[in-house]
Design a protein around this ligand. Structure first.
Ligand SMILES: CC(C)(COP(=O)(O)OP(=O)(O)OC[C@H]1O[C@@H](n2cnc3c(N)ncnc32)[C@H](O)[C@@H]1OP(=O)(O)O)[C@@H](O)C(=O)NCCC(=O)NCCS
Length: 420
């Protein structure tokens, strides 16, 4: 890790987790409840917790922790339902007293180096502020629709939805981890984060009281087809009323459905609770079946925002870990300030869905771009041609931006349905 003067990188072990959590609370502006500590421990991939501590001879070997980060070792689904080894970067926080001294920059280099040593070809994250990560080579790999669906919203009928049954239960790691993992592993949407490992329990089941805002504990809706689970959703409700009218809300977090009928049955259930007027979610893909099934999609007041930020760490491995939808033979010239091994010319030859990516130092590139633009296009949600139209990708051989765009665009929009 590139060192910042007066600081040194460290691994954070169990005995210093409270210091780690203190930095996170300072940076993310919040005071956690004591009773929630175990939830946060459960959610943290402790063996991949890193920090930066102050070098302070007065304190001996152990200085104050000034900044922290951690990452989940996981796999991410890529276009065509394939997978790439991925690090889910999270918990990145710099104590406000140590900001703007290069600690985040040092931690990003630390993260990149360790990921590459572990063979993780991609790093992905959710950004608190969208302006932070482009400088480190991340691109907006997917977008999400935030929507508020009114109770009982009318939908186009999908055959078979009525025959499916629904179970509603309190979400629990012990009771549901296997079921959710089984369903999630069968989702093929690019950007799907497959069960993050590295924490003691699967992080998606943590439920700190301080985050509930008066809502219930997480519940699970499970749709079944003759006893076989075909869809799931984490949800929770809050009762409220004004001037005697009950207008409670329901929040839907991670969900997934294997069939059109399962999707419809799931959303019919989630939008039809007594005393609940609005069901909202931040996790719809821009082409989610719900948006097509609703008769009045505009009625689900919606907003599109960035979802997953993606960063290719090993260009050939990452590009060869996805499917392509048209043959092409394109040479790209890449710049990458933070991972120099990615920089230079690469020839991408696609035949029958598979890419072969090789060094092409002698060839003049057809296209030139920064790693963040290739990363933006990686999951197939943004076309290389649209990035060229924006002046971000430069085309030197006429027609090659379209060649690569058509090969890389995904037939379904990417989305990470699990927010880390
Ligand atoms: C955002 C944060 C991690 C930055 O840490 P830092 O140590 O101050 O960052 P650095 O000093 O390494 O700055 C790196 C670069 O990012 C820029 N930057 C830092 N914070 C930024 C922000 N919020 N928005 C835009 N740019 C930002 C810096 O100006 C600097 O730019 P430069 O390379 O052109 O000089 C830190 O302020 C923080 O913890 N914020 C609150 C928690 C948070 O948002 N975490 C990110 C979670 S996704």
């Amino acid at each position: 890790m590139k060192k910042s003067a007066g600081y040194q990188p460290i691994s954070v072990f169990e005995d210093r987790l409270d210091e780690f959590f203190q930095v996170v609370q300072w940076a993310f502006v919040g005071e956690w409840l004591l009773e929630d500590r175990q939830d946060y421990v459960d959610a943290l991939p402790v063996e991949r917790a890193r920090g930066v501590e102050v070098v302070d001879p007065a304190r001996g070997d152990v200085g104050e922790i000034a900044a922290v980060h951690a990452s989940f070792g996981t796999e991410m689904t890529t276009p065509g339902g394939r997978r790439v080894p991925t690090a889910g970067l999270s918990w990145l926080a710099v104590h406000p007293a140590h900001r703007r001294r290069g600690l985040m920059t040092a931690m990003m280099h630390d993260h990149f180096q360790r990921c590459r040593e572990r063979g993780e070809a991609v790093s992905a994250l959710y950004a608190m502020e969208a302006a932070i990560y482009s400088r480190f080579g991340y691109g907006m790999g997917s977008q999400t629709v935030k929507a508020e669906v009114p109770r009982g919203a009318a939908m186009w009928t999908v055959d078979g939805a009525d025959q499916l049954t629904v179970r509603l239960e309190r979400a629990s790691f012990e009771a549901h981890d296997e079921l959710v993992s089984h369903l999630q592993a069968r989702l093929t949407r690019p950007g799907t984060i497959i069960n993050p490992v590295g924490s003691g329990r699967n992080a998606r089941f943590t439920d700190p009281v301080g985050n509930r805002k008066g809502m219930e504990k997480w519940r699970l809706a499970i749709v079944e087809d003759r006893g076989e689970p075909v869809a799931y959703a984490f949800f929770r409700r809050r009762a409220q009323s004004s001037v005697g009218i009950h207008d409670g809300v329901c929040q839907v977090r991670e969900f997934g459905a294997l069939t059109p009928a399962a999707s419809q049955r799931l959303w019919q259930t989630l939008t039809d609770f007594d005393l609940v007027e609005t069901t909202y979610t931040e996790n719809l893909a821009t082409d989610d079946p719900l948006l097509h099934q609703l008769k009045d999609a505009r009625g689900a007041r919606s907003k599109v925002v960035d979802n997953l930020w993606v960063r290719l760490l090993d260009v050939p491995v990452a590009l060869q870990s996805r499917e392509y939808f048209h043959d092409c033979d394109v040479t790209i010239g890449l710049t990458d300030k933070h991972v120099p091994d990615n920089a230079g010319a690469w020839r991408i030859v696609v035949r029958n869905g598979d890419a072969t990516v090789t060094r092409a130092e002698d060839a003049a590139p057809d296209l030139t771009m920064d790693i963040r633009h290739l990363s933006t296009a990686y999951l197939g949600g943004t076309s290389i041609e649209s990035l060229a139209a924006a002046g971000l990708v430069r085309e030197h051989t006429a027609g090659q931006a379209r060649e690569l765009a058509v090969a890389m665009m995904s037939p379904v929009a990417p989305l990470a349905n699990w927010d880390f």
